[in-house]
Design a protein around this ligand. Structure first.
Ligand code: ADE
Length: 236
């Protein structure tokens, strides 16, 4: 998979050279290209922002550098997916990560300030499939941290990136539930014992216990993930 990132802070992405995604790049599974948006400015100050038409607080990212950058990184690409992280976008979930992990070419456009001139999104839609995606219901200072999170979630689903693919199915959100608790040696630590069933060698009993733990955890921490229970809403 090829991923282009456009940002005025390219060094944010240095961390993606570490660990599994770094290895995937060395192995040629992931072709990650981070570019400074200011490369596509031509004035002395390498300006990427300007005041908003209609007034208001803050600055807006100018369309010209974005247009030139998008032209260059999408050139020769069949139908890239162009993602703009935004708190006003659709919610990013494990299903989104899985869907995007099957694409050949992703482009992430990281906005800063009060956002990007709206015409950039319209123009990008002439070059590829445009998605505005939010990491959650809170506001970050720009798209960089959201892009890092998405690249990690998407990248680890590309075949060959995670060494043991079985570890991908035994985790939170893969089956709609939170993951079960894990333990390792020692079996007693600071007076806390590992649940006896995990030491029993009874694989059927272990599987049932883990399933119950998943359901109980999800009910407690994320009831929104579970189907409404019969009798939950007697008045509707
Ligand atoms: N940019 C600023 N806030 C964001 C969020 N919550 N998700 C994605 N991109 C953002």
């Amino acid at each position: 998979m090829r991923i282009d990132v456009l940002s005025i802070f390219p060094s944010y992405f240095d961390g993606l050279a570490l660990s599994l995604l770094g290895k995937a790049q060395d192995a040629g599974i992931l072709d990650l290209r981070v570019r400074d948006l200011r490369e596509w400015t031509s004035d002395r100050h390498r300006t990427v922002d300007d005041t908003p038409y209609g007034g208001g607080a803050g600055m807006v990212m100018k369309p010209e550098p974005w247009g030139l950058a998008l032209d260059e990184v999408t050139e020769g690409s069949e139908r890239p997916t162009v993602i703009f992280p935004s708190p006003a976008g659709e919610l990013f979930t494990q299903a989104t990560a899985r869907e995007l992990s099957a694409r050949e070419h992703l482009v992430f456009g990281c906005g800063r300030y009060e956002g990007i001139d709206e015409r950039v999104f319209e123009y990008a839609a002439t070059l590829g499939d445009v998605r505005l995606i939010s990491l959650g219901d809170y506001v970050l200072n720009g798209g960089e941290v959201a892009t890092m999170a998405m690249i990690e979630a998407i990248g680890r689903l590309i075949p060959g990136v995670v060494g043991n693919p079985e570890s991908l199915v035994e985790e939170s959100h893969e089956d709609g539930l939170l993951e079960y608790p894990s333990y390792t040696k020692p079996s007693v630590w600071r007076e806390r014992e590992v649940p006896a069933v995990l030491l029993s060698g009874n694989h059927g009993a272990i599987a049932s216990w883990r399933r119950e733990q998943q359901i109980e955890r999800t009910r407690r921490r994320r009831p929104d993930l579970l189907p409404p229970e019969a009798g939950d809403h007697p008045h509707s």
